[in-house]
Write a protein that binds this ligand. Structure first.
Ligand code: UD1
Length: 349
């Protein structure tokens, strides 16, 4: 039996890990130790995802959150090393590009434990983003690089990595298929908000690049209000954005601000929305999975295939009537099983 230690901490990682943890639990050759760094801690940013996606309770919760990036990452690094020295895993699995990802990877590489990075190879080519730094460094020290897209494979190849690169598809698509089976039945969000499908847009906004600069944040709010004048918007507000809105006493006409929502509610909202406006990476793809057009509230995106396929555009680009086509990159819902098989064979060799 080989032991995998999984590090998660932020909302999108709970979604990605749900698929893999479920498959590891069914695999006789693998056992998992689940570590939650504590980066996201509110019930509606963390617990609801564990409940709805049936993720087992973490074996360790390090309860590290907030502070500067260096303090947060540094505290995680030490605490994760302690857990890894105690549990002696055969491999460490990390997801995406958050501070929890980088801390998990750094702690593992210093102990010479092989790292598998899920959602490897994405690049925005914007080094001002903390996520770009986290993902480049994590890719550089990982042994197994699981890519959601062909573009991600090309980025890694062009960087000359020696690690094993595999294009497996997107585990978020696997998770979406899981949610689609139940969200219409189990989510009552449209009824609770007294909304009818196709009469509202959905927006989210939380990235540091958008919330740290008050002038840019105001510009984005103006853009959203212009959109909302045509079709009202629902806005589940991330805690950091809520703080900013309260501090600056920002009022947004025709925009209904609500607390962050769980996974199933989010899928029902995406499915019912006419358009999704977001700076989240995951939501850009989830919009496509529901075939809801997306406007990305950033100046670039890692998910370029959503733009090429006509489902997404940057808020700075004009709307175009390019024909919308399907995207093959994300696979057919078997990214998780491909990853677990590959992990198993890597650890057996
Ligand atoms: C992090 C990731 C980002 C990802 C996002 C998903 C990094 C560098 N960024 O950003 O890539 O898109 O998660 O949501 O890791 N807070 C709460 N309650 C919570 C969570 C956060 O109050 O449950 C507060 C924190 O105390 C902090 C702020 O929100 O003041 C930002 O949280 P933080 O974990 O630093 O990063 P995110 O913006 O969530």
């Amino acid at each position: 039996m080989k032991r995998i230690l999984t590090v998660i901490g932020a909302r999108p990682q709970f979604v990605k890990a749900a698929t893999i943890s479920r498959l590891i639990a069914k695999n006789d050759a693998l056992a998992e130790t689940l570590v939650h760094t504590g980066q996201h801690f509110d019930d509606n940013m963390s617990k609801v995802f564990f409940d709805e996606l049936q993720i087992p309770a973490p074996d360790y919760n390090l309860e590290i959150s907030g502070g500067t990036h260096a303090h947060m990452t540094g505290a995680m690094l030490g605490a994760l090393e302690d857990v890894m020295m105690e549990t002696k895993p055969d491999a460490v699995v990390v997801y995406g590009d958050t501070n929890s990802t980088l801390a998990g990877a750094l702690a593992a590489v210093k102990l010479e434990i092989p790292i598998a990075h899920i959602e490897a190879g994405l690049r925005s080519f914007n080094m001002a983003m903390p996520e770009e730094i986290n993902r480049i460094l994590t890719d550089r020290i990982s042994s197994l690089l699981f890519c959601p897209t062909q573009k991600a494979v090309e980025h890694l190849q062009s960087e000359g990595t020696q690690a094993r690169i595999e294009h497996v598809g997107d585990v978020m698509y696997d998770a979406t298929l899981f949610a689609q089976r139940t969200s219409a039945r189990l989510s009552s969000i449209l009824e609770r908000l007294e909304l009818e499908a196709d009469t509202f847009g959905l927006c989210t906004l939380h990235r540091a690049e958008n919330t740290n600069d008050p002038a840019r944040f105001r510009q984005l709010c103006t853009f959203l209000e212009e959109q909302a004048a045509r079709t009202p918007l629902v806005f589940p507000v991330h805690p950091r954005t809520r703080k900013l809105i309260n501090e600056q006493d920002i009022q947004l006409a025709n925009i209904q601000m609500i607390d962050p929502v769980g996974y199933l509610d989010m899928h029902r909202l995406i499915d019912g929305a006419t358009t999704v406006f977001t700076d989240s990476g995951g939501l850009q793809k989830e919009a496509y999975f529901h075939r809801t057009p997306c406007v990305t509230l950033r100046d670039e995106t890692e998910w370029v295939e959503t733009i090429d396929a006509g489902w997404n555009r940057l808020w700075t680009s004009p709307a175009s009537d390019v024909a919308r086509v399907n995207i093959n990159d994300y696979g057919n819902g078997d990214a998780g099983s491909r990853i677990v098989q590959s992990l198993q064979s890597f650890l057996a060799s």
